[in-house]
Design a protein around this ligand. Structure first.
Ligand code: AMP
Ligand code: MG
Length: 490
C-alpha cells in the first residue's frame, strides 16, 4: 500500500499569526471526483514541495482540496477593494484559501493557495468555486508570464472536480487551481483596515509587508513612506513590462494589485493581437477603464488608494502626510516612463547605456505605424531583428521608419549584431494568444481532451526560441479565429 498522507511541504504560517481580524480559518470543501490535470514539477522543486511520498490519488486529493496536507492551516484572507472605481468595503477570499507558506530554495517565503476550493465567510452570493476554463487560462497565462520573465504568481497544479458550477451560460465543469505567490497582500488588504479606521491593523500589515517584501526598509525611520515608494517602484516596473509584451490585465481593481509587485488574478486577461491602445477584451469592462493604453493611468489611480491608507503612518500631521504622499504620487508617471522607455528601447535593440534624445521618438514612431497598419504587436516586434538587415522583413509602410532606426542602431556600442541579440532575447515569438487559449479550453471543456492544453503549455515555456513545427502558435488569428471577449468565469 502506498502511503496516502506523506509529507507534501514544510509549511509555516506567518500570516495566520497576524491578529484575528485579518483572516478566517476555513477548511476546503471536498469535491465529488478529484483528478489531476497538471502538476508543475519544476515549480514544486523550486519551492520544496515533494510529491514523491504521495500516491497519485493523494496528490489529486490535495490539489483539489479534498485533503488538507500535513502542517497546512487553511484560511481566507480579509480584503476590500475598489472595483471599476467603486469602493467595496468587504471582498475577501470568497473562493480562495491560503493553504500555508513555504520557504523556497532561494530563502523566499511563498504562499500556496487553493482557488475554487469552496465557500468561505467572504463568498457573499458566490459558490466558492471556479470553472475549469478560467483555471486552465490562469495556469497557462501565469506560467507564460513567468517564462517571459515577468514577476507573477505561478501555477502549481490544476485539477478537475467531477462537479459542475453554474454560471450565466449554464453549467460548466469545475476546476481547482493551486497558485503560488510571493504573498497575497493586496492594496485592497490595506483598504480593508483603513476603511474601518483600524490604524493599528494598517500598521501591523505595513510591518508585515516590509518584513516579507522590503526587509531593507525595516530599520528606516521613514519606513511607511518608503514602503509606499517601494511598491510604487515595483508596480511601475511591472505595468511597464505588461505594456512591453502587449498584456492587458483586464481587471486592475485595487484588490487585484499586489504589494509584492507580482501580477495576480488572471481573469479576463489577454494579450493584444493587433496594436491599438484602446484594446479591451473583458466583457465586464464596457467603458474600457482597463484598456491596454489606460493601464499606466490606473497604476497611478490604484497607488493613490494605497497612499490614502498609509497617511496616518506617514506623518502624525495629516497636512504633512497628504503633502508628501501627493508629491510621491505625482512622481509615478515619471517612474513608470523610465521603465517603459528602457523596456521599449530594448525591444528596438538599443542597449541600456547610451540613451539618445531621439530614442523616444523612434519608439512612438514605430507604434504609430503599427497602429495605422493594424499590425500584430508581437509579430512586428519579433520581425524587427530581421528588419535590421532586410527591407522585406516588415511591410512597406515600415520602410521609412526602418531606415531611421537602422541609423540609430548602427551607433550602438555593439553595433547591429548586439542589437539583434538584444531583440531576440526581448521580443517573444510565442505568447498565449487568445484564440489558442479559447481552443484549448473548448477541447478540455467540450471533449475532456487536455492534449492541446499540455502542448500549448510546452510551447509557451520557451517563448523566445523559434520552435520547429509550431507555426500555428506563433501566427496571429485568422479573421474567423479572432476572440472578441475573454471571460471572467466568476
Ligand atoms: P475576482 O474578480 O476574481 O478578483 O474576485 C473579486 C471578489 O469576488 C473576491 O472577493 C472573490 O473572492 C469573489 N469571488 C469571485 N468569484 C467567486 C465565487 N465563485 N464565489 C465566491 N466568491 C467569489
Ligand atoms: Mg481578485
Amino acid at each position: 500500500m502506498p502511503p496516502t498522507h506523506g509529507a507534501f511541504a514544510e509549511f509555516s504560517h506567518t500570516y495566520a499569526a497576524l491578529p484575528e481580524r485579518f483572516h478566517v480559518r476555513v477548511p476546503p470543501t471536498p469535491v465529488a471526483a478529484p483528478a489531476l490535470i497538471a502538476f508543475n514539477d519544476d515549480l514544486a522543486s523550486e519551492i520544496g514541495v515533494d510529491r514523491s511520498q504521495l500516491s497519485d490519488a493523494s496528490l489529486a486529493a490535495i490539489c483539489a482540496g479534498n485533503s488538507v496536507p500535513e502542517g497546512a492551516l487553511p484560511l481566507a484572507m480579509a480584503y476590500a477593494g475598489h472595483q471599476f472605481g467603486s469602493f467595496v468595503p468587504q471582498l475577501g477570499d470568497g473562493r480562495a484559501l491560503l493553504i500555508g507558506e513555504v520557504v523556497d530554495l532561494q530563502g523566499k517565503r511563498r504562499d500556496l493557495q487553493w482557488k475554487g476550493a469552496g465557500p468561505t465567510p467572504f463568498s457573499r452570493r458566490g459558490d466558492g468555486r471556479a470553472a475549469l476554463g478560467p483555471v486552465l487560462r490562469e495556469y497557462l497565462v501565469s506560467e507564460a508570464m513567468h517564462a517571459l520573465g515577468l514577476p507573477t504568481t505561478r501555477a502549481l497544479s490544476a485539477a478537475t472536480t467531477g462537479e459542475s458550477v453554474l454560471r450565466e451560460g449554464g453549467p460548466l465543469p469545475g476546476g481547482v487551481l493551486i497558485r503560488v505567490a510571493a504573498s497575497h497582500v493586496r492594496i485592497g488588504t490595506f483598504e480593508f483596515f483603513a476603511a474601518r479606521g483600524d490604524v493599528d491593523a494598517v500598521r501591523a500589515l505595513a510591518d508585515y509587508a516590509i518584513a516579507r517584501h522590503y526587509p531593507q526598509l525595516r530599520d528606516d525611520p521613514d519606513r511607511y513612506f518608503a514602503l509606499f515608494e517601494a511598491v510604487a517602484e515595483r508596480q511601475s516596473s511591472l505595468i511597464a513590462r505588461w505594456m512591453e509584451i502587449g498584456f492587458i490585465h483586464g481587471v486592475m481593481n485595487t484588490d487585484n494589485m499586489t504589494i509584492s509587485g507580482e501580477t495576480i488574478d488572471f481573469g479576463p486577461c489577454a494579450f493584444m493581437d493587433e496594436y491599438d491602445p484602446a484594446t479591451v477584451y473583458s466583457f465586464i469592462d464596457r467603458r474600457g477603464r482597463y484598456a491596454y493604453g489606460n493601464q499606466p493611468d490606473i497604476l497611478q489611480w490604484n497607488l493613490a488608494r494605497l497612499a490614502e491608507t498609509l497617511l496616518p503612518l506617514i506623518d502624525a500631521d495629516p497636512g504633512q502626510a497628504i503633502e508628501r504622499a501627493t508629491a510621491s504620487l505625482h512622481g509615478v508617471p515619471a517612474r513608470f516612463d523610465r521603465h517603459w522607455l528602457a523596456g521599449f528601447r530594448r525591444k528596438l535593440g538599443l542597449g541600456v547605456c547610451v540613451d539618445e534624445g531621439g530614442d523616444r521618438a523612434l519608439v512612438t514612431g514605430l507604434l504609430a505605424v503599427m497602429q495605422a497598419e493594424a499590425a500584430d504587436f508581437t509579430s512586428t516586434f519579433r520581425a524587427l531583428a530581421g528588419a535590421a538587415t532586410d527591407d522585406t522583413a516588415l511591410p512597406g509602410a515600415f520602410l521609412d521608419w526602418t531606415h531611421r532606426w537602422r541609423e540609430r542602431l548602427a551607433r550602438e556600442p555593439g553595433g547591429i549584431a548586439s542589437g539583434i541579440a538584444t531583440m531576440r532575447r526581448t521580443n517573444p515569438v510565442y505568447i498565449p494568444r487568445n484564440h489558442r487559449i479559447e481552443e484549448i479550453i473548448a477541447a478540455a471543456v467540450q471533449d475532456g481532451d487536455f492534449g492541446p492544453f499540455h502542448t500549448l503549455h510546452t510551447v509557451l515555456a520557451r517563448p523566445f526560441a523559434l520552435q520547429p513545427d509550431r507555426d500555428p502558435y506563433r501566427t496571429p488569428p485568422l479573421p474567423h479565429e479572432r476572440v472578441q471577449n475573454t471571460f471572467c468565469g466568476t
